[in-house]
Write a protein that binds this ligand. Structure first.
Ligand SMILES: Cc1cc2nc3c(=O)[nH]c(=O)nc-3n(C[C@H](O)[C@H](O)[C@H](O)COP(=O)(O)O)c2cc1C
Length: 359
């Protein structure tokens, strides 16, 4: 029997959660990532196989904030025809209300609140992950957003700030304010991006809240996604860094769940992906060095799947122009028969990415 494929048309006033691309399958979402999940990256991911949902990088909300054009582009020019949720980070009630009103003119699927960003310069302003310290403030913000968002209101949270002492109370507030979808990154703010993900807390969230939950944190492969779905009971998975490393991960998950053979990228596919990223992230006023540095942000994660010794990444970090960058890419991904080698399905242990944004 042919699987039913859904097509999404955005309505900011719709209260129904959009169907996944293949009806009946668990949901998949590309995690919001500042300086990564812009229009260019979403475009490339879409070409490799889109997730069911996209989330924008966070939109800062404060007294002087406006809707930034580059974030709006990822909504209005998104080529995928998949739902895009706009993510907000902030704590000022009047300004949150003001920005929500403006966003309602755009073709978003819903509005998401960031309760997880662990960057000290952010959480020290009591926004992002900083909100998790103040349950009363969360109560006020969720109440205000629920009142002002006629359609889907979603939240992305970590499991606590320093520990999980507020976790249950926050989950109660998710129910009190009728949040429509909850993404849980199973780490505290202080745990940043490394170390174990507390999937048991994601499971607790699934059991406590009335809305669907997306499990987030170290979903590195199809196998890991299946494990996390099974262990936590979540409605879907949200994938961040592993989608930068392996942009076919959403396609592979869909293929696996449909019972068809999964696309297995070879190193030459990775080379083509890097070329495509370079093309998609180019704009006329960017200098060659700035562009190469931006590419390194992506290659940081891509390199975790190339060689177990981390030599590719080591050499990439030392490049400073297009020629040297592609010379390293050719050596590791195309030359000496490497092109037909399969790309690792899991990141190589011990090859550490060092993203120079958000943290
Ligand atoms: C470079 C980078 C930027 C991020 N920016 C955001 C952001 O704007 N909003 C947000 O909610 N989370 C942000 N995150 C967190 C991710 O959405 C995700 O929760 C986290 O990376 C764990 O998922 P993963 O293990 O699949 O990467 C960012 C993460 C990274 C690595």
């Amino acid at each position: 029997m042919k699987a039913a494929v859904s097509d999404f048309s955005s309505s900011v006033f719709s209260k129904a959660l959009p169907e996944p691309i293949i009806r009946g399958q668990p949901l998949s979402a590309l995690a919001p990532m500042q300086d990564v999940t812009d229009l260019s990256f979403m475009t490339v991911i879409n070409e490799c196989g889109p997730p069911d949902y996209f989330f924008t990088e966070f939109i800062r909300v404060h007294e002087h904030s406006i809707l930034e054009e580059h974030i709006l582009n990822s909504i209005t020019l998104n080529p995928s025809n998949r739902p895009v949720f706009a993510q907000l980070i902030g704590e000022s009630l009047p300004n949150l209300q003001r920005i929500v009103k403006k966003l309602l003119y755009y073709p978003i699927a819903g509005i998401d609140l960031n309760m997880g960003c662990p960057a000290p310069k952010i959480y020290k302003k009591n926004v992002g992950g900083g909100l998790l310290k103040d349950v009363n403030k969360i109560d006020q913000i969720l109440g205000l957003l629920r009142q002002n968002i006629p359609g889907l209101f979603t939240v992305k949270m970590r499991i606590g700030f320093e520990d999980t002492q507020n976790f249950e109370q926050v989950l109660d507030l998710i129910n009190k304010h009728q949040v429509d979808l909850l993404s849980v990154h199973g780490r505290t703010v202080k745990e940043l991006y490394r170390g174990e993900v507390h999937y048991d807390c994601i499971k607790e969230a699934v059991q406590s809240v009335n809305c669907p939950v997306l499990a987030n944190g170290n979903i590195t492969s199809v196998e890991k996604a299946l494990w996390a779905l099974n262990y936590t009971g979540a409605r879907g998975v949200m994938i961040g860094r592993s989608a930068i490393r392996n942009p076919w991960i959403f396609l592979q998950l869909r293929q696996h769940l449909s019972g068809v053979p999964c696309f297995q990228p070879r190193l030459k596919d990775l080379y083509n992906y890097i070329e495509r990223l370079l093309q998609a992230t180019y704009f006329s006023t960017i200098s060659e060095l700035q562009h190469v540095n931006r590419m390194k942000k992506f290659l940081n994660f891509v390199g975790q799947g190339v060689d177990p010794e981390g030599q590719f990444l080591h050499n990439i970090r030392r490049t400073n122009n297009y020629d040297s960058l592609f010379c390293v890419c050719k050596e590791y991904l195309l030359d000496n028969g490497n092109d037909s080698q399969f790309f690792a399905t899991e990141p190589h242990e011990g090859v550490i990415a060092r993203p120079n944004c958000e943290i």
